[in-house]
Ligand binder design. Structure first.
Ligand SMILES: [Zn+2]
Ligand SMILES: [Zn+2]
Length: 92
């Protein structure tokens, strides 16, 4: 017995409507409903680029970020991180 990826419903064998982009089982109701959740999170939460537009889209639980924004975040972290001071106390 499998469970629908979009609702808590159990999918009886043979009634599975199909699979989503992640190969998760989808029940008949969720496959038919226009209000089914899912691909909404497949866009970068920072710039809004979708899977087709971003070269790489890192998808987490309910959120996604594209490679461009990951790079930008890396730069911001590098800029804002306090400069590490060496053993002699001097900032590098
Ligand atoms: Zn469902
Ligand atoms: Zn982005």
């Amino acid at each position: 017995m499998t469970r629908c990826a979009y609702c808590p419903r159990l999918i009886a064998p043979g009634t599975e409507a199909g699979r989503d982009g992640y190969n998760h089982p989808v029940c008949v109701d969720c496959a038919a409903g226009d209000d089914a959740p899912g691909p909404e999170t497949e866009a970068c939460a920072f710039c809004g680029r979708g899977r087709d537009e971003a070269a790489v889209l890192v998808v987490g639980p309910g959120v996604a970020i594209c490679d461009e924004c990951v790079r930008l975040c890396g730069e911001i972290v590098a800029e804002q991180r306090p400069a590490p001071s060496g053993p002699d106390g001097r900032a590098r």
